[in-house]
Design a protein around this ligand. Structure first.
Ligand code: G4P
Length: 532
């Protein structure tokens, strides 16, 4: 293949990929929607597995005992499906609130997000939190108002709520015809067609506009009149869909449907195909990398241990940003300069691992390794660049690990190091040599830690409160290392090193943190650290 045609191929493959995540408040219907999306992509055998808890769920991933015990999804997985020539990579994010850190990292690896709202509830607390993370990177958001088959709030009110609470323009691209028990389907504002709930054909029924007389024949006089008035009002008072604004992350197209009844899901998928951006430019420290570049680049956004109980390997989830990945390539891990062989890159279908032959920008592949690859690592074919933006968040719970058996201290150290590399927990080692402190964002994460320490490492452990409440990474905007060292010397008992050796300040109260900020104006105390 000549250089030009290789480049063309990368550009073509990148252009037909859509890499996205679904953000939702628990119970809004994320699981049901995921299942229906996979069905549309022909991945029928997966559909049961996404939803199922208990036995069937175990067939999907047998990764962690705690998942089985609790029936919750702890691991992030990647589901790939094809439809009409497009390749969709849906990055699943753990639904539980406690795992938001994992979710945040996953969102660094997507190009768009689908925000699912419960039509009766609108924007809920978790929706807003996740949206804020998307906004940090201006990720384009497609809104899916779910559960339209039930009692729902007025669409104008819902759209207004999106605009008000998220400070985001919201442009309806579909409009509900009838409501709740009289819900008939939707009217596609852009393509001017009616889409009945019980449609056997997917394409909908073309009409000339909301005033087409055919509408009343199809949906009945009352619903037709309401639709006509609604559309006039929407045209006059609401934002119109604008591709540029959507891609800039300032406008969200709004779809209405019912995941449970498999209604509106095809329309949403069409929207993703037509409007959501393909993998584009991504900022690295020295330059922006374009997806269509011939040379491969990518970054690790997640590490998962013990996916296969028979092999105690770890799998790094790599989001490809440019070029083409093939089996047997050797990639450069920029952080260390090491060569990483990629002998059996894995695609993660929800059900099983499959050996991939090649992968393209936007795809996510798993690379098995023995702990070399870490979250935030950039991989290239040799170039010395680092992608930015895989964050670590200041944990909200800090605990000392209590060991029943002191003989296990060394084993505990290894276990904590590995789990820290995986991003399961953050580990801070106080400079004064006192016992390590683990940090997590939620209680459930502590339960997971406890279970994994016992099951995978044979280290039964408990947790004790610490005298600290909060922590911050210390940095100097002027690059004044001496100022940081000075802090560490003066506050030795309240300073620790994180997994990468970066200093963190531990505070007994928020008041003390604020005081430190006043007393050390040359230092920054950050609640978020970008890994590199
Ligand atoms: P989540 O992943 O966002 O937490 O939500 P999930 O899909 O599990 O859906 C939460 C509940 O809402 C489920 O009911 C599901 O069946 C229901 N649901 C999802 N989409 C729709 C919809 O379009 N219309 C209606 N009416 N209900 C919907 P459940 O009773 O909690 O669970 P299950 O017993 O059905 O499994």
């Amino acid at each position: 293949m000549s250089d030009t045609s290789a480049l063309d191929t990368v550009a073509r493959e990148a252009a037909r990929r859509r890499t996205f995540a679904i953000i939702a408040h628990p119970d809004a219907g994320k699981t049901t929607l995921t299942e229906k999306l996979l069905l549309k992509g022909g991945a029928i055998q997966l559909a049961g597995a996404v939803r199922a808890k208990g036995n069937a769920r175990r067939t999907r991933s047998d990764w962690m005992k705690i998942e089985q015990d609790r029936g919750i999804s702890v691991a992030t997985s990647v589901m790939t499906f094809e439809r009409d020539g497009m390749v969709f990579n849906l990055l699943d994010t753990p639904g539980h609130e406690d795992f938001s850190e994992d979710t945040y990292r996953t969102l660094t690896a997507v190009d768009a997000a689908v925000m699912v709202l419960d039509a009766a509830k609108g924007i809920e607390s978790q929706t807003r939190k996740l949206f804020e993370v998307c906004r940090l990177r201006d990720i384009p958001i497609v809104t899916f108002v779910n559960k339209m088959d039930r009692e729902a709030r007025d669409p104008f009110e819902l759209i207004d709520e999106i605009q008000q609470t998220l400070a985001l323009d919201a442009a309806p691209v579909a409009w509900p015809v009838g409501r709740a028990s009289t819900f008939w389907g939707t009217y596609d504002i852009l393509a001017k067609r009616l889409m009945p709930v019980d449609a056997t054909e997917e394409g909908g029924i073309p009409v000339s506009g909301p005033d087409d007389a055919k509408i009343a024949e199809l949906v009945g006089e009352e619903r037709a009149v309401q639709l006509y008035e609604d559309i006039l009002l929407a045209e006059a008072g609401l934002a119109q869909f604008d591709l540029v604004k959507f891609r800039e992350g300032t406008l969200t197209p709004v779809y209405f449907g019912s995941a449970l009844r498999d209604f509106g899901v095809g329309h949403l998928l069409e929207g993703l195909a037509d409007f959501a951006p393909p993998p584009g430019d991504r900022a690295a420290d020295k330059r922006a990398v374009a997806a269509a570049e011939e040379k491969l680049t990518g970054f690790v956004f997640k590490v998962q241990a013990n996916m296969d109980p028979n092999h105690r390997d770890r799998v790094a989830f790599v989001r490809l940003c440019s070029g083409r990945l093939t089996k047997g390539m050797r990639l450069r891990q920029v952080r260390t300069g090491k060569q990483v062989p990629v002998n059996a890159p894995l695609f993660f279908f929800a059900k099983e691992r499959q050996v991939a032959e090649e992968a393209w920008p936007g795809d996510v592949v798993g690379i098995a390794n023995h702990g070399t690859l870490r979250i935030g690592d950039t991989l290239t074919e040799g170039e010395d660049i680092n992608f930015r933006g895989v964050p670590s968040f200041a944990p909200e719970i800090l605990r000392h690990v209590r060991l029943g058996d002191p003989m296990l201290a060394k084993k505990l150290r290894t276990a904590l190091d590995q789990l820290a590399e995986e991003g399961v927990v953050q580990v801070f080692r106080p400079l004064d040599g006192s016992p390590p402190v683990v940090g997590v964002v939620g209680q459930l994460q502590l339960d997971v830690l406890k279970s994994r320490l016992a099951v995978e490492y044979g280290v039964p452990a408990g947790f004790d409160e610490t005298r600290w409440q909060t922590m911050r990474w210390i940095s100097s905007p002027k690059g004044d290392r001496a100022a940081i060292e000075k802090w560490a010397t003066t506050n030795r008992g309240d300073t620790a090193a994180d997994h990468d050796g970066e200093y963190v300040a531990l505070f007994g109260s928020d008041w003390r943190r604020k005081r430190a900020e006043e007393e050390f104006p040359d230092l920054r105390f950050d609640a978020v650290r970008e890994q590199s």
